[in-house]
Design a protein around this ligand. Structure first.
Ligand SMILES: [Zn+2]
Length: 172
């Protein structure tokens, strides 16, 4: 038997925290969050009818700072709540902001080097650090700047990671 890695524990713990404090409507869902093999940073698949959600987080996330992990998980947990409202990724990012987790989303985007919005095929896009920061309240901006300072993270315009952000598969 293999012992769960530290990251797996962090991912599970943060998922539980987010469901308890922010995404309470997912409390009666069956949710698993694991660190494993995926070609994106995150992978979310769900069934609305069965109220089940599986989140797989890329192994490269194991060295991420906590606020970045929270930002990624907040995005993945928002997917089944947004469903296939188009544009999917933009609606999901907006949902994270609406839930008051914009600070973590901005931190994650700064960490992966997505300063500007990242446009996908069609009309979809992920929000970048800059546009998320613009949506934050002055207090949230202070918190974000403090976190960036604490982790010595300087937002910059050079993409750090080329990997796809996430893969989603949902059903009714
Ligand atoms: Zn997504």
């Amino acid at each position: 038997m293999t012992r769960p890695s530290k990251t797996n524990n962090t991912v599970c713990q943060r998922t539980d925290d987010l469901i308890e404090y922010v995404f309470s409507e997912l409390q009666n869902w069956s949710i698993s969050a694991v660190v494993g093999k995926t070609r994106a940073l995150g992978d979310a698949s769900w069934s609305e009818g069965e109220r089940s959600l599986q989140i797989r987080i890329n192994r490269s996330v194991r060295d991420w700072p906590d606020p970045a992990i929270i930002g990624l998980l907040a995005h993945e947990l928002s997917h089944p709540l947004v469903g296939y409202n188009r544009p999917v990724e933009l609606s999901t990012d907006r949902h994270v902001l609406k839930r008051g987790l914009g600070v973590y989303l901005a931190f994650e985007r700064a960490f992966i080097g997505r300063y500007h919005d990242h446009t996908l095929k069609g009309k979809d896009r992920y929000l970048g650090f800059q546009s998320i920061r613009e949506e934050l309240s002055p207090m949230e901006r202070d918190t974000l700047d403090r976190l960036l300072g604490e982790f010595r993270l300087i937002p910059h315009r050079q993409p750090r990671l080329q990997i796809q952000h996430d893969i989603v598969r949902g059903g009714t």
